[in-house]
Design a protein around this ligand. Structure first.
Ligand code: C2E
Ligand code: CA
Ligand code: CA
Ligand code: CA
Length: 275
């Protein structure tokens, strides 16, 4: 039995307790994972549909747990956010990604995911500036991917942060576009550089009429607002042809490449340089 917050007793069956125990265990391990050097970054190619060649990589965080093996980010990033670890973890990601990308050909951009919790930290802009200065990566090569959830908080502060970041010369992409809950008004208030069409729409765009219309609308919305569009989760040639025909600027997905360790980045650049 466990004593719970409001003074009520709860009895857990061993089976019911398992997921909670797993979560507690992950939480404890997560606190030590950084000092134990258990994180790494994988990189997935971004492909320019107009130039027909690779144009950069998205950094994707990986946790190599000594016993559990590879833990996917969806399973530990929400925990890191809750227990206050996303700040240091996100800082590590930015520094490491910039350090690694600075050696790539200069036309390769670097996309880095930023959690809404990390974004709201008053130190966030300094963290970005420090990572750029320490690595000597040109801000023009950096693209931060944020989600609509940053707009759930104070939108004036959010807009101010976005403007300060853009003043550094980097670009901002809106990730998972179309899956959020907010209205479209923030698109008018803030000049994003890029809209990233969520893979759920990409997956259905060649099958269902609804998704097809949404994809078309997002691309045209982006174009009329001066934003580029990228389709994520491209797995088939059919999906690729469709996005190309719709006028999408960039694409990303297993069809081109799975995320790869940094040691395979150079080979991916050679492989996807043309066609
Ligand atoms: P996301 O930013 O939407 O990243 C795209 C996810 O889709 C990645 O999963 C990627 O491996 C996967 N993906 C790529 N191509 C395909 C495809 O063709 N088909 C399918 N089905 N999936 C594809 P991953 O690496 O497991 O990351 C999951 C999420 O974790 C990311 O979603 C992002 O929200 C978060 N994440 C990853 N790295 C970081 C990080 O460094 N910081 C933060 N804050 N979040 C991160
Ligand atoms: Ca992303
Ligand atoms: Ca996404
Ligand atoms: Ca996602």
């Amino acid at each position: 039995a466990k004593m719970e917050g409001r003074g009520t007793w709860r009895f857990f069956e061993p089976a019911m307790d398992a997921s909670l125990q797993r979560r507690r265990a992950i939480e404890l391990d997560l606190r030590e994972a950084m000092s134990k050097d258990e994180f790494s970054l994988f990189y997935q190619p971004l492909y320019d549909l107009h130039l027909d060649r690779i144009c950069g990589f998205e950094a994707l965080l990986r946790w190599h747990h000594p016993k559990r093996g590879l833990v996917p980010p969806d399973q530990f990033i929400p925990i890191a956010e809750e227990i206050g670890l996303i700040g240091p973890l996100g800082e590590w990601v930015l520094h490491r990604a910039c350090e690694q990308a600075v050696g790539w050909p200069s036309e390769m951009k670097l996309a880095v995911n930023v959690s809404a919790v990390q974004f709201r930290d008053p130190d966030f802009i300094d963290v970005v500036v420090n990572a750029l200065e320490a690595s000597k990566l040109s801000p023009r090569r950096l693209e931060l991917e944020i989600t609509e959830s940053v707009f759930l908080a104070n939108s004036n502060e959010t807009l101010a942060t976005l403007h300060k970041l853009k003043a550094q010369g980097l670009r901002i992409a809106l990730d998972d576009f179309g899956t959020g809950y907010s209205s479209l008004s923030y698109l008018r208030s803030f000049p994003f550089d890029k809209l990233k069409i969520d893979k759920s729409f990409v997956r259905d765009a060649t099958a269902t009429h609804g998704s097809k219309s949404i994809v078309r609308a997002v691309i045209s919305l982006g174009r009329s607002l001066g934003m580029t569009t990228i389709a994520e989760g491209i797995e088939t040639v059919e999906q690729l042809d469709h996005m190309r025909a719709e006028g999408c600027n960039e694409a990303q997905g297993f069809l081109f490449s799975h995320p790869v360790p940094v040691t395979e980045v150079a080979a991916k650049i050679l492989e996807l340089r043309n066609g």
